[in-house]
Design a protein around this ligand. Structure first.
Ligand code: AMP
Length: 230
């Protein structure tokens, strides 16, 4: 895909709708980095960096959001790395209106524009089921599900062979809080992007493969429609 027009995409959708799974597939298919702010923060906490120490105080393990300025700085820095030249996919950013405004300003400054926003939606009962079975690799961040996407060897990461864990913020009380925060602070972004004509809804009820089929058709339509400035 390198050499073609730059692709800049946002994945929106409630926690547990399958954004991470789709993000990894999109990254491979279009050869662009998938930037997950959540994964960046978890890694920073694990490595004990300055960002990690700040983020830890924000109670992300309890489902609370990191303040906008910190998230925006982290994204600005990450997206200016050379691997983002062909484009990038943002998973979990923006999550608030000020973050979305900053992203627009950031792209505008570079003479760029978003190709589109994929809104990955699943019904609430399905989301709850997904959380209880979700397992992640603490080393490379890859995601599995006990039923729908099991690793080849139970409890072991296919990629780096580390022991899989349940994310601390996947326990039911924190999940409830995360969904609440999402409805309050992030769901308004659906209207924000719909009004900009950039929102594309994806029904994430099916298996990841079927959902990915929809995702690719939407991205192809967006690429055909938008001609971002190079
Ligand atoms: P995720 O892996 O996307 O579910 O993110 C995990 C947690 O990181 C979220 O529940 C938030 O606490 C924090 N986080 C990730 N992205 C953002 C963001 N864009 N704004 C604020 N907090 C975020």
């Amino acid at each position: 895909m390198r050499g073609s027009a730059r692709i800049i995409l946002v994945l929106l959708g409630p926690p547990g709708a399958g954004k991470g799974t789709q993000a990894s597939r999109i990254a491979v298919h279009y050869d662009i980095p998938a930037i997950s702010t959540g994964a960046m923060f978890r890694e920073a906490v694990q490595r004990g960096t300055r960002l990690g120490r700040i983020v830890q105080k924000c109670r992300i393990d309890q489902g609370e959001y990191v303040p906008d300025e910190i998230v925006i700085d982290a994204v600005r820095e990450r997206t200016s790395e050379p691997d983002c030249i062909p484009g990038f996919l943002l998973d979990g950013f923006p999550r608030t209106i000020p973050q979305a405004d900053s992203l627009n300003a950031m792209l505008e400054q570079q003479g760029q524009a978003l190709n589109g926003v994929l809104d990955i939606e699943a019904p609430i009962n399905e989301i709850i089921g997904r959380f209880s079975g979700r397992r992640v690799c603490p080393v490379d961040g890859s995601t599995y599900h006990l039923v729908t996407q099991p690793p080849q060897q139970p409890g072991i990461c296919d990629i780096c062979h580390s022991k899989l864990i349940m994310r601390p913020d996947d326990n039911s009380d924190v999940v409830r809080r995360r969904l609440e925060v999402y409805e309050q602070k992030t769901a308004p972004l659906r209207d924000y992007y719909r009004n900009l004509g950039q929102l594309r809804e994806i029904d994430a009820t099916g298996d990841p493969e079927t959902v990915f089929g929809q995702v690719v058709s939407v991205i192809e339509a967006l690429k055909a429609q938008t001609t971002p400035v190079l």
